[in-house]
Design a protein around this ligand. Structure first.
Ligand code: NG6
Ligand code: CA
Length: 508
């Protein structure tokens, strides 16, 4: 145990800081909860204007806070997006932040300072619950799934963790609590591989008759280990008693989030609550099945909305609502068919998960990274809509500023303080944001420049316009938010200007 100066002098801190001032200090600092959805698009939440879906709890949250219309994730897929948000360091500065396998080593290095470290050093209790997808253990494939998985979330600032290692569609399909697999029977150890199958373990591609819950979409992978009647990405053996139940994932993580809040009700806390909804495989709880009229994807969004409502109810019950700042957002844009035959495409109807924007998850176009974003701190945030240009990269510096911490040299190098913008006190946003999909893009409030690259223009499997082109692309977002007309040739100056911004950022 480290002793601080007061301890060494035999003094208790309460003698040095009178109780009232300590209390005052603590009440000034709000609890902070991130609710991070998975693959939920701008148009998937009714507060953003689509009439085809009803998400009342998110609407209620939005009505108590600021709803942003021009907010961006750093990347159009999960791992790089989450990496950037939690570290304040652009994922594209590293070449190892692509979509992580379920047995990837921990991508955030213990020596990096995360948002959780920042809160912890300010005296907050910290927790991460839900989807992780940023690797665990030292190196790919070296984790001890049957023992203590280290390094882990404790080494990057989270006191408590209850996580899915990667995604719902990647093995191992188990929860990991404080770096140990939950409910594991030592007589049935887990083995995980992303290289070769385990002899005797049936695979989805050979045994379609065992796929009783969901089948993969044609030619869309997801045909390896079979867990709970669904084939996944990666190979897995054993750990039967520890397997999660897909229809209970939202219930499990929501109840853990509630317990975390209850356990820390007398203490400032930071909770990173990352839902599995609406990622594939979509197996919402029977309570939500059929409720959206849009099939499993819509039902999963209603399940997400339910989780949001449960968190809000808990805060109200404990009298914490007024002193808790909630950020609700998504890791990347929407995708309808992401690999399973869940009828999301057939049942979509008039619903536009991407809202008025082009593209979706994986895409350089706006819908890849223009995500739902709400900041609510009742009584403290102005209520209403902000069209300020904001990025998840800035949450680190802005929340450091909220808790009165000065960002240290080298920490969260790409993150800037936009606290007043996030709190709705000003509509002054960023001059530009940088986004990563197949290529890098730079957007201002008015323009979007997508760098030329050799990637495919279209992904047939997911029906996504990826926005890759060998030609430079420039769109006028003010007159053409759907990015229909490439005006690069007519606006040479603008292209140059945005190119220079990007080159300067890359050189940092
Ligand atoms: C892709 C998967 C997709 C999804 C994605 C990660 C295939 C063909 N597609 O590789 O289903 O898992 O990775 O999604 O395997 S994310 O939201 O976590 O980034
Ligand atoms: Ca995602």
């Amino acid at each position: 145990m480290k002793k601080n100066l007061f301890g060494l002098l035999g003094l208790s801190t309460s003698l040095i800081f009178p109780a009232t001032s300590l209390f005052a200090q603590q009440t000034k600092r709000p609890n902070v909860i991130f609710i991070l959805a998975d693959d939920i698009g701008y148009g998937d939440l009714s507060c953003n204007g689509e009439k085809t879906i009803h998400t009342p709890n998110v609407e209620k949250l939005a009505s108590r806070g600021v709803r942003f219309t021009d907010a961006h994730a750093v990347a159009a897929t999960s791992t790089p997006s989450r990496y950037s948000m939690l570290t304040g360091h652009y994922s594209w500065r590293r070449d190892d932040t692509g979509i992580a396998a379920g047995n990837a080593g921990m991508i955030i290095r213990p020596e990096q300072t995360t948002l959780a470290d920042m809160f912890k050093s300010s005296g907050y209790a910290t927790g991460a619950i839900g989807k992780w997808h940023l690797g665990l253990g030292d190196k790919t494939g070296t984790q001890d799934w049957n023992g203590f998985i280290t390094p882990g979330l404790k080494d990057i600032g989270f006191d408590y963790s209850y996580i899915m290692a990667a995604t719902g569609d990647r093995v191992p399909c188990v929860f990991v609590e404080n770096q140990r697999v939950v409910n594991l029977d030592p007589n049935d150890p887990i083995e995980v591989s992303y290289e070769k199958p385990f002899p005797g373990e049936p695979l989805g591609k050979d045994h379609p008759e065992l796929l009783t819950v969901l089948k993969p979409s044609v030619n869309h992978g997801h045909n390896q280990a079979i867990v709970n009647g669904i084939s996944r990405i990666g190979f897995m053996k054993g750990g039967k008693s520890a397997l999660w139940k897909d229809e209970n994932i939202a219930d499990s993580i929501t109840s853990k989030a509630i317990s975390f809040i209850e356990n820390n009700k007398n203490h400032p806390f930071f909770l990173y609550f990352a839902t599995n909804d609406a990622h594939v495989p979509r197996v919402p709880n029977p309570r939500f099945v059929g409720k959206s009229g849009m099939g499993a994807r819509g039902d999963a969004i209603l399940e997400f909305d339910w989780s949001v409502g449960e968190i809000m109810k808990t805060l109200e019950k404990l009298g914490l609502a007024e002193n808790t700042l909630i950020v609700l957002t998504s890791d990347n844009g929407p995708v309808v068919d992401d690999g399973y035959q869940d009828r999301a495409v057939e049942l979509l109807g008039k619903h536009r998960p991407w809202g008025p924007y082009r593209g979706g998850k994986y895409s350089n176009f706006e819908a890849g990274t223009r995500i739902p974003f709400i900041v609510s701190w009742p009584g403290k945030t102005k209520t209403g809509v902000s069209n300020a240009l904001v990025s998840q990269i800035d949450l680190f510096a802005s929340l450091s500023s909220l808790v009165g911490q000065k960002k240290k040299e080298g920490v969260a190098p790409d993150s800037q303080d936009y606290l007043n913008t996030f709190l709705g006190k000003t509509k002054k946003g960023r001059k530009y944001v940088i986004e990563q999909a197949g290529a890098l893009s730079v957007s201002t409030s008015d323009w979007k420049y997508i760098t030329p690259n050799n990637g495919p223009a279209y992904n047939k499997l997911t029906n996504t316009e990826l926005g890759n082109s060998k030609e430079p692309q420039l769109y006028n977002l003010k007159t053409d938010r759907g990015e229909k007309v490439n005006v690069a040739a007519q606006n040479f100056q603008k292209v140059e200007e945005l190119k220079v911004i990007l080159e300067k950022e890359k050189a940092l």
